[in-house]
Design a binder for this molecule. Structure first.
Ligand code: PHE
Ligand code: NA
Length: 446
């Protein structure tokens, strides 16, 4: 009896940890604005296809490698490569992943800082009685204030690195997942409210009736990148979790549950946000400010709007907090593996990420005219390149390692699926995921 209870609790803990990493800014902030910039339904359709054919199978590969290696990502890769007689340089894949999450965390912390600002504003009732135009203008002026943005970025990163340094992420994960249903409920409530607005019908058509002529190689590449980003796949961050996965748990089932949850949070957020966009006559391609401008407007229409808005930003902050801990953890673990103490490693990473994050902060004010590459600001670059190139490249290598380097029996044991399930997964990764990612990357880059 006790034994079953134990196992149940660790299985559940595993799913909760992966969900904590997956659900975050990617669902509520990035999904709506990137969908808006890429024409709506056609993008959404591609994104779902990529989640199914790429994100999910590669997520299984990534966690499976960690489970088979039972070590930190770099060490797992080195160990398994050694066993298979493959090149020890496979461990550099772990380093590449650490570099990817470094870049991502630098803007993730800045945008999470925006949530802190909005939480405080909501609690103060600053949005009460404001018109849509006033709320939009307020956001613009906030972006133009590097001091306030730096303060929030610093605060958020400090919150993240303290938890990482103390190694108490598990406790926070519990709390997060206790409150996750509440976030879900709030989004469902908002989507329900959205159904009563006159933008709802337009929003549904915009989200669900694809216009295939809108599809370009770039749109396809954005969709692929977002599938990796939202599932937290391609940076070896989830590989670290695989190491702690219970013996007798089906990995495909766990990964499937996380993907369903992740996609549905994004859909609810999208329905709520685009209904507001269309009832207010706003531009869906408004960019990274989309969520921050539309949700205060939507909540303002509801009874006790300020209260709900505060609760919403609090929950969003909690969700991004667990995601950012998951972004930081593999880097700290890697430095620890090189002999640094946990505290020192966390401090070193924290300060470096903070410094690079300043480039994102200043992209909206002092450095707005600085376009170091491809005519993009540092913020545009760091929100694009790591997600759309580094994650898919990492995913491609992870998938290759899983089906070409690891012996089949070992992979099957670590995947925890039956013979037929394993063969299907192996086939999909080998003949669909890998060629698909390679082709899209090439088409998008050329
Ligand atoms: N999946 C997270 C989100 O949607 C972001 C993330 C990416 C976390 C990569 C970890 C690794 O917000
Ligand atoms: Na996500």
């Amino acid at each position: 009896m006790n034994e079953t209870l134990e196992r149940w609790s660790t299985r559940r803990a595993f799913i909760l940890a992966v969900t904590g990493a997956a659900v975050g800014l990617g669902n509520i902030w990035r999904f709506p604005y990137i969908t808006g910039e890429n024409g709506g339904a056609a993008f959404l359709m591609l994104y779902v296809v990529f989640v199914l054919l790429l994100g999910l199978p590669v997520m299984m590969a990534e966690i499976m490698i960690g489970r088979a290696g039972r070590r930190a990502p770099m060490q797992s890769l080195a160990h398994l490569a050694g066993q298979a007689g493959a090149s020890p340089y496979w461990r550099l894949l772990g380093l590449f992943g650490a570099f990817t999450v470094f870049c991502i965390l630098s803007f993730y912390s800045v945008v999470s800082g925006w949530s802190i600002e909005f939480l405080i504003s909501a609690v103060n009732g600053d949005f009460d009685g404001r018109s849509a135009a006033e709320i939009a203008a307020g956001f613009e002026s906030f972006l133009g204030d590097p001091g306030r943005m730096t303060f929030n970025h610093t605060l958020f990163l400090f919150m993240t690195m303290t938890v990482v340094a103390a190694g108490v992420a598990k406790g926070l994960e519990r709390l997060n997942n206790l409150l996750m249903p509440l976030l879900y409920l709030l989004l469902a409530l908002l989507a329900g409210y959205a159904a009563t607005t006159d933008g709802f019908g337009t929003a549904l058509i915009w989200l669900f009736r694809p216009d295939v002529s809108a599809i370009t190689p770039q749109v396809v590449m954005h969709a692929m990148g977002h599938a990796f980003f939202t599932l937290a796949v391609g940076a070896c961050a989830l590989m670290a979790y695989g190491a702690y996965m219970p013996e007798r748990q089906s990995l495909p089932r766990a990964a499937g549950a996380v993907a369903v949850l992740d996609v549905s949070v994004a859909l609810l957020a999208g329905i709520a946000i685009f209904s507001v966009v269309f009832s207010q006559g706003m531009d869906p391609g408004e960019g990274p400010g989309l969520m921050f401008v539309t949700l205060p407007i939507a909540f303002a229409e509801l009874p006790w709007g300020a209260l709900w808005l505060s609760v919403f930003f609090l929950l969003l902050l909690l969700a991004t907090w667990t995601s950012s801990i998951n972004l930081a953890e593999p880097m700290v673990a890697t430095l620890q593996g090189l002999g640094l103490s946990r505290g020192k490693a966390a401090a070193l990473i924290g300060v470096s990420v903070w410094l690079v994050g300043l480039l994102s902060v200043l992209s909206f004010s002092t450095l707005a005219e600085w376009r170091p590459l491809f005519g993009m600001t540092p913020f545009d670059l760091v929100t694009t390149i790591p997600t759309e190139i580094f994650l898919p490249v990492g995913g491609l290598l992870i998938a290759t390692f899983a089906v070409r380097i690891m012996p089949r029996e070992e992979a099957q044991a670590a995947l925890g699926a039956g013979g037929a399930g394993f063969r299907l997964w192996h086939l999909v990764v080998r003949w669909v995921s890998i060629p698909l990612a390679a082709v899209v990357l090439m088409a998008g880059l050329l």
